[in-house]
Every structure is written in structure tokens, then in C-alpha cells.
Design a protein around this ligand. Sequence first.
Ligand code: NAD
Length: 316
Amino acid sequence: AQKTVLITGCSSGIGLALAVKMATDEQKRFKVYATMRNLTKKDNLVEVAGNTIGNTLEIKQLDVCSEASIKMCVSSIPNRRIDILVSNAGMGLIGPIECQTIEEMQKVMDTNFFGLVRLLKEILPDMKRRKSGHIIIISSVMGIQGILFNDVYAASKFAVEGFCESLAIQALKFKLNLTLIEPGPVLTEFENKVFEDGMKMDLSATDEETAEMFVNIYLKNYKQIFETLGQTAEDIAEHTVKIILAENPPFRHQANALYTPMTTLKYADPNGDLPIDTFYKMIFQHDKIFSASLNFIKLLRWKSKKSFDLGGTSSQ
Ligand code: NAD
């Protein structure tokens, strides 16, 4: 039978690509509820989804920051049946913490972390009753490892990961699957918006050294990192569908094989110093080595095939 899928944040990026990929499945295995906070932003999805709309795809309003909106959306689905939930909506925030307001930080936590909590409070009880369901969360490699000037964003994804690790044990008892997809950099609106907000940031609240570090090191290398390591939203959608169709979906799946050497450092040193020292040296002591490694990765990438092996890229 056709599986129902609810995806959040479908007006752009990964959510949009995934909704379209699943709705255009040749075997019509999925009925997709592509949701978004603001329905006036549905044009891009409508254009790409074409005649799947009204067939395998329906667009619905859902704001992950509003319990009422989640309730209304879930209640409008026949028998409230959601077989696969993809929690994708999210936002970024970069820069020195002294230049960010607590309100801005709370918005990130409210969207990225409490957004997931609100969804599960509404959807998990039904899945537990039915003893079936797959919850997919678009987390990030920053849910495993912090990165310079991404303090609050990384904290929000760490919160997601801790929450899911705890919940996964209960989920197993109810025969539910839970998977964290951990992309590295992805070329979407997200990356553009975060960069532009960073460029516009008022840095007067921080000291000169920090401001210089943010502008001349972080922002300077930002685009190059995305160009070198960046995947497309379609790549992440492809990984996600493979995970959904897997017989035994893993708890964690890192979507970017080029990034796994960095995350592996975390698991290699129980003291936690290795990844921090490595990032420090890459950023502050070996700026040239950093550029050289990015060039080397570019070369590898160019030589490597586009296809990927799920077994080889899933994390330990
Ligand atoms: P995106 O900005 O294109 O998509 C995020 C979507 O979430 C947008 O459509 C936005 O409108 C929506 N959204 C924001 N607040 C919402 C709310 N309150 N309710 C409902 N929808 C809301 O960026 P993306 O890269 O496709 O991001 C999708 C997910 O992937 C996010 O969770 C993000 O943290 C994660 N991610 C992105 C990257 C990256 O580099 N782009 C890397 C790793 C993980």
C-alpha cells in the first residue's frame, strides 16, 4: 500500500527536492504531504511538482513553531495516518555570540529543536498505537561536531541529536524507526541567507580580533567550503529516499563522504581534543594547508563517480 509521508519546510531546498522526488516515484509508493509555514511561498514547489499535485502530492500549511498549526495539519490527514515523518524545517545563524540577540538565538532553538519536539508530541502517539512508522530528521554534521561561529546552530542540532538518541530507545520498543540524516554543506537558500546575514552583521559589539576572524577567515572561506564540499538538495533527497527504503534503516546517516574524515576525529579521541586542535590548526595555523586540502578535495570530487554507496557513507 501507498505510504503517507509528511515533510516540513518544503518551500525550498532539501524539503522541496525530497517532496518532488517522492511524489514522482515511478512505482507511486508514496503519498506526500508537502508542508510549509507560508503558503504564499508555494510557487517553486508547484512549478516543479507539476501534475503530481492532487495525485501523489498535496501542499499543506504547517509552521513548526505553532502547536495549533501542526495539530490542524495532522488532523486534516485521513485517519491522521503518517507513515513517514521528515522533520526538515530549520534555520541557521552564524557570527560572534556577542553580536547576536538572545531572541535570535531562541528563534533558532525554537525552530530547529522545539519544532521537532512539537511535531513528535502530535505524531508519535499515533505511530506508537499503530506500532509502525519512520521518523527522519534532517540534522547536520554540526549535530556531531561544533564549528567556528556556528555556536548556537550547532547547539540546536546537538539538542536534536540528544533528544533523538534518548527517544530511539523507546521507539525500538514500539517497532518504530528513527533516523538522523547528517548532511555536510548543502547549496540551498539556507547557505545564501546565512552568508548574507553574516555579511550584514553589526560587529560593533565584539572586539577587533574576533570581528577580523569572522570576516577575514570565516566569511572569506565560507563560499569556497560550500563550493568544494557542498552537495545539492537533490543529493540529500536521494540519500533520504534510500534510507526510507532500506530494510534496516540506520540511526545515523552522514550524507557527505568527503566530510566523514572530520567527524571521525571526534570518535577517535575520547578526550575530545583532537577535533578541536585539528580545526584550530586548519583555521589559524595552516591557512595555506586548508586551501590546499580544499583544492585536493575538488580534484578527488572531479574524479569520483557521482553515485554513492550507502553502506560506505553511513556513520559508525
Ligand atoms: P532552506 O532554507 O532552503 O530550507 C529550510 C526550510 O525550512 C525553508 O523552506 C524555511 O521556510 C523552512 N522553515 C523555517 N522555519 C520554519 C517554520 N517555523 N515552520 C516551517 N518551516 C520553516 O535550507 P535547507 O538547506 O534545505 O535546510 C533544510 C534542513 O537541512 C534544515 O534543518 C537545515 O538545518 C539542514 N541542513 C542544511 C545544511 C546546509 O548547508 N544547507 C547542512 C546541514 C543540514
